[in-house]
Design a protein around this ligand. Structure first.
Ligand code: NAI
Ligand code: MG
Length: 494
C-alpha cells in the first residue's frame, strides 16, 4: 500500500494483527489479538496484535542488531533520513488523520487533521539537528587533549498514549533516532493503527530494525519492554500511576527515564483581561474539541470577580455552539471519549462534582444520528460553585469538564493555582505587564503562557514539575540530555 489509503477501514484491515519488527509488518508471535472499536459507533475497526514478551524479544533483538550500524551513519545523514520520514508522513497526512479519527473518536476537522498536519514538523525539526550532537574540548591540562563526545544510549523503549498518539510518538522517536539510537515503541491499546501505519511508512526510508513498534496491553507488552536487559532508556507519556510503575522498573535496571505525566493546568483570568480572547483561550486551552483529553487541559479556571459572570456566560454560549457528532464528518467540532473506561471515569467525576455542590452547566447537544446512539459522547460540562477541595478541582479528569472559580485578589489566584500536586502548564490573562510577569515567574508549571494558549511546539521546552513529570521534551537539549550519554576522553600528549 504505497499510495495514500483514504478509506480508514481498508487501512485498518491491512494493519490487522500486525506488529512492525525488523522493517516489516509481521504477525504477532502469539497470534492473540484484541478488538479496537470505534468509540463513535461501536463498529470493529480492526483486531490489533496483542504483543507479549516474545514480540518484545524479537523487536529488541532486531533493534540492538541494527543500532551499531545506525550509529555509524554520519549524524547529518541520520537527520536527513528522519526528515525524509517527515516528508513521507506529510504526503500521507490525510489517510493518517482519517485513521486516527476512526480509532480514537477525535473529530477529523478540528483535531485529527491538525495532529496529522503537524506530525512532519517534529521529524523536520529534529532532522535538522544531526550536526548539533556536539561535544566539548576542556582546558584541563596543556599536556592532555581533553574532550567530551555525545554517544547514543543504544536501544530506546518508548511507551505512548492514545490522545495525540502520532505526534507524541514523533517527539520521542525523532530525537532518539537522530542521536543514533534504535527504538522500540509500545503503542496505546486504544490507538494502535495510525502509529503502525506511520511505522510502515518510515520503514520505506530507515534501515530495518532501527525502528520497531508493538501493540499490546500495558503490563503484558509495555512491562517486558521496560524490563528487557538490552533496553537502555525509557521515555513515557501517560498517567502518573503508570509512570511510577515504569520508574520503579527502570530503577531495578538503573536506566534513565523521561516521564511526561498528567496535569491540572490552571488558567488565571484577571478583571482587565480581553474577555473575547480569554474565552477563546479557555476553549482552546481546555481542548473542548478533543473532549478535554489533554495533559495540559485548562481544567481549573480562576476568574476574577469583576469579569467572572460575563466570562461564564460567554464561555457557555461558545461551547453550546459547538457541534458534537461523527468524528469523520467534516462539520463535527467535538467527537467522542476514547474508550468505555475513560467514558465511565469522566461521567463518575461529573456525578461527584454535582454531589460536592457544584452546578454543572452542560453544553452543546448529543448527536441526533441513530448510528451514533452507542457512541461514547459526553456533553462538555462547565462547573461553577465547586469547593476548592473538590475532586473535580484537584484531580486530572481527562474529559470535557472544567471548573470555573471566582477570586478576589491576584495573590488568592496564585495561591489556588499553585495548590496542586501537578505542574505542567498554566496561563494568565491580563493587560497588566507587572501582573503577567509576576504570575509567569511564580506559577509552578513547566509551560506558562500569557494571553494565549499554544500547544507543544518543536523548539520550545515542554514538560512538567511536581508530579507532572521528569525531564523535558521537544528541544535540542532534550535530544542531548535524554537520548545521548556524554563520554570524557583524555589523551596524554606529553
Ligand atoms: P496509562 O498511563 O495507563 O497508559 C499509557 C501507556 O502506558 C499505554 O501505552 C499503556 O499500555 C502503557 N502502560 C500501562 N500500564 C503499563 C505498565 N504496567 N507497564 C508498561 N506500560 C504500561 O494511561 P491510560 O490508562 O490510557 O489513561 C489513564 C489516565 O492517564 C487518563 O485518564 C489520564 O488522566 C492519564 N493520561 C495522561 C496522558 C498524558 O498525555 N499525560 C495521556 C493518556 C492518559
Ligand atoms: Mg492505564
Amino acid at each position: 500500500m504505497s499510495q495514500p489509503v483514504l478509506d480508514p477501514r481498508a487501512l485498518a484491515r491491512h494493519l490487522e494483527a500486525k506488529q512492525f519488527i525488523d522493517g516489516k509488518l509481521v504477525a504477532g508471535k502469539s497470534g492473540q489479538t484484541f478488538d479496537v472499536n470505534s468509540p463513535a459507533t461501536g463498529e470493529l475497526v480492526g483486531k490489533a496484535a496483542a504483543g507479549d514478551a516474545a514480540d518484545v524479544a524479537a523487536a529488541v533483538s532486531s533493534a540492538a542488531a541494527a543500532q551499531a550500524a545506525w550509529a555509524k551513519v554520519p549524524a547529518r545523514q541520520r537527520g536527513k533520513l528522519v526528515a525524509e520520514c517527515g516528508r513521507l508522513v506529510d504526503e500521507h497526512k490525510e489517510e493518517l488523520a482519517r485513521l486516527v479519527a476512526l480509532e480514537t473518536g477525535k473529530a477529523l476537522r478540528t483535531e485529527s487533521r491538525v495532529e496529522a498536519g503537524v506530525l512532519a514538523d517534529a521529524f523536520h525539526f529534529y532532522g535538522g539537528l544531526g550536526s548539533e550532537l556536539k561535544g566539548e574540548t576542556v582546558p584541563f591540562n596543556p599536556d592532555m587533549l581533553t574532550m567530551t563526545v555525545r554517544e547514543p544510549i543504544g536501544v530506546v523503549g518508548a511507551i505512548i498514549p492514545w490522545n495525540v498518539p502520532m505526534m507524541l510518538m514523533a517527539l520521542k522517536i525523532a530525537p532518539a533516532l537522530v542521536a543514533g539510537n534504535s527504538v522500540v515503541v509500545k503503542s496505546a491499546e486504544e490507538a494502535p493503527f495510525a502509529v503502525l501505519r506511520v511505522a510502515e511508512l518510515m520503514g520505506r526510508i530507515l534501515p530495518p530494525g532501527v525502528f520497531n513498534i508493538l501493540s499490546g496491553m500495558g503490563p503484558e507488552c509495555g512491562g517486558p519492554l521496560v524490563a528487557h536487559p538490552k533496553v537502555g532508556k525509557i521515555t513515557f507519556t501517560g498517567s502518573v500511576e503508570t509512570g511510577k510503575i515504569i520508574y520503579r522498573a527502570a530503577a531495578e535496571k538503573l536506566i534513565p527515564v523521561t516521564l511526561e505525566l498528567g496535569g491540572k493546568s490552571p488558567m488565571i483570568v484577571m478583571d482587565d483581561a480581553d474577555l473575547d480572547k480569554a474565552v477563546a483561550g479557555a476553549i482552546s486551552g481546555m481542548r473542548f474539541t478533543r473532549q478535554g483529553q489533554s495533559c495540559t487541559a485548562a481544567s481549573r479556571m480562576y476568574v476574577q470577580r469583576g469579569i467572572h459572570d460575563r466570562f461564564v456566560t460567554a464561555l457557555k454560549a461558545k461551547v453550546d455552539a459547538m457541534k458534537m457528532g461523527d468524528p469523520l464528518d467534516e462539520t463535527t467540532d467535538i467527537g467522542t471519549i476514547v474508550s468505555r473506561q475513560q467514558y465511565e471515569k469522566v461521567n463518575a467525576y461529573i456525578a461527584t462534582g454535582r454531589k460536592e455542590g457544584g452546578t454543572a452547566h452542560e453544553c452543546s447537544a448529543m448527536p441526533a444520528d441513530a448510528k451514533l446512539a452507542k457512541g461514547l459522547y459526553v456533553r462538555p460540562v462547565i462547573f461553577t460553585g465547586l469547593p476548592k477541595d473538590s475532586k473535580v478541582v484537584r484531580e486530572e479528569i481527562f474529559g470535557p469538564v472544567t471548573a470555573v472559580m471566582k477570586f478576589d485578589t491576584f495573590e488568592d489566584a496564585l495561591a489556588a493555582a499553585n495548590d496542586s500536586e501537578y505542574g505542567l502548564a498554566a496561563t494568565i490573562w491580563t493587560k497588566d505587564l507587572k501582573t503577567a510577569l509576576d504570575g509567569a515567574r511564580r506559577l509552578q508549571a513547566g509551560f506558562v503562557q500569557v494571553n494565549q494558549n499554544l500547544v507543544v511546539q518543536p523548539g520550545l521546552s515542554y514538560g512538567g514539575v511536581k508530579t507532572s513529570g521528569l525531564g523535558k521534551e521537544a528541544t535540542l537539549e532534550a535530544m542531548l540530555e535524554h537520548f545521548t550519554t556524554k563520554k570524557t576522553i583524555i589523551v596524554n600528549m606529553a
